[in-house]
Write a protein that binds this ligand. Structure first.
Ligand code: FCB
Length: 451
């Protein structure tokens, strides 16, 4: 078994710069509770992996936000990523809910008072229920619709010096919602998907214009889910070709569109497009990177001609939902972002679903080692936001996965420290990367023994 690279190296250079912010990440639908949107509808239609499952009261963050900000502070966080729920703000098309607007404003002011820099996502997968019926993403009307919502978000964010994420993981929304029909709006159509992607890019531009006009100081970017792709068979040229195409289409094409104004996607047999996105040139102040894992791609003789698998070549053990633990990929992608896009980076998500709680500290150590290494090599990373502060509702997987630094009892909603909290606190407050204590970490002890 191979230990993570750098597992035993913690030397002088392993210090995070003073300006670097450690923080935690959440998203409205996954934590707040009692939201009526397209996902709630999706659940009622029995579309989750466990058809009877509901998000319902979430983990009641809507009422417990003060306690949750304190939890974040207790592990040394100085930034907190949350999202605004469009369905709360605009429950009926064109009718903004002033009480919801005030409630969000009050929460963000409170967050700042608690010593946490707000990182605010405008769109994290969910939509008001009317959206897909009236102005779905594949129609041009979606763009002014999003602009009107963003104008209200600007009121909420005014003067707060927030880091703004206009869109979370547009390629995940596209693949899941428009190419595979697995998440709302449940479409599987390459043509509609490419129309939607162009409009999603235009929605980013519209939101940027609204926020820059109304908010004063604000930094804007998107969160991009980035995967490392690898050929399943090292000797197979088509596996290599797939790997190259997937990396370009999934990781880079959308980011390039927001830097050059040209959206070019080429997924042979699935979807392709070339579109000009007016106003998109240089429309990112930073790139938010969400990194979790690597996937191996294999060319297959029958449609869809590609099979995906999470391998475990180093024997580190898959995460509970079956992802490979591959911290080396984090460093590789960070360097790739620098060489391809030259943008400052915020890590807007990274974490592990770890039910037992004995692998998270080691996972963090492996990823932070890579992060520091990339920073020493010139990648301008401004902060790291851990997914997630606490266990929450994981989309199609519902209440199964446990991504929280704090475990949540889903009956009593009580939040409890996992073993990784002490380690997170030690590094976030000390600003020095140390190895997690093997005694506190049975997972680390196992790895050290085997390594
Ligand atoms: C990301 C999502 C986030 C969470 C993590 C595990 O793709 O942005 O909401 O579900 O995965």
């Amino acid at each position: 078994m191979a230990p993570y690279r750098g597992a035993d190296m913690h030397q002088q250079g392993d210090v995070f710069p003073g300006s670097f912010l450690f923080g935690v990440a959440t998203a409205a639908y996954q934590v707040e509770g009692n939201i009526e949107n397209d996902w709630a509808e999706w659940e009622r239609q029995g579309k989750l992996k466990q058809p009877g499952m509901r998000c319902g009261r979430g983990v009641d963050h809507w009422n417990r936000y003060v306690e949750d900000y304190a939890l974040a502070r207790s592990v040394g966080a100085r930034a907190f990523r949350m999202s605004l729920e469009w369905a709360r703000i605009e429950p009926t098309r064109g009718r903004m809910d002033e009480a919801a607007i005030d409630a969000y404003r009050q929460r963000l002011v409170r967050m700042k008072e608690a010593g946490l820099r707000p990182v605010v996502t405008l769109h994290h997968f969910t939509h008001p229920t009317w959206f897909h019926r009236e102005t779905p993403w594949h129609l041009p009307e979606s763009v002014p619709t999003f602009r009107a919502y963003a104008r209200v978000c600007a009121r909420i964010l005014e003067g707060l010096d927030a880091l703004v994420v206009t869109l979370n993981e547009p390629m995940v929304l596209l693949l899941g919602g428009y190419l595979r029909g697995l998440i709302p709006p449940g479409i599987a159509d390459g043509g509609l998907a490419m129309a939607a992607l162009g409009n999603i890019a235009r929605a980013h531009v519209a939101a940027r214009e609204e926020l820059l006009a109304r908010c004063g100081r604000v930094e804007l970017g998107i969160s991009q889910n980035m995967l490392v792709f690898a050929p399943d068979r090292a000797w197979h040229p088509l596996d290599h070709a797939l790997t190259r195409l997937a990396g370009q289409a999934y990781n880079h094409a959308f980011v390039e569109a927001l830097l050059t104004g040209e959206l070019r996607v080429n997924m042979p047999g699935l979807a392709s497009t070339r579109q000009t996105i007016a106003g998109a040139r240089d429309s990112l102040d930073y790139l938010g990177v969400n990194y979790y894992t690597r996937t191996h791609l294999r060319f297959t003789a029958r449609p869809p001609f590609v099979a995906m698998a999470y391998r475990d070549p180093f024997g580190r053990g898959h995460t509970d939902i079956g992802w490979e633990q591959y911290p080396e990929g984090f460093g590789k992608l960070l360097r790739e972002v620098k060489s391809r896009h030259g943008l400052p980076v915020w890590v807007t998500e990274n974490g592990i679903d770890d039910r037992v709680g004995d692998r998270r500290a080691l996972y963090l150590h492996g990823h932070w080692t890579q992060l520091l290494d990339a920073m020493r090599n010139g990648v301008d990373v401004r902060g790291y936001l851990h997914w997630s502060l606490m266990d929450n509702f994981e989309w199609l997987d519902g209440w199964g996965p446990r991504f929280g630094l704090f475990a949540v009892d889903f009956e009593t909603l009580e939040r409890r420290e996992t073993p990784a909290c002490a380690y997170f606190r030690e590094v976030a407050e000390g600003r020095r990367l140390v190895a997690p204590s093997p005694l506190a970490e049975p997972g680390a002890a196992r790895l050290a023994a085997a390594g």
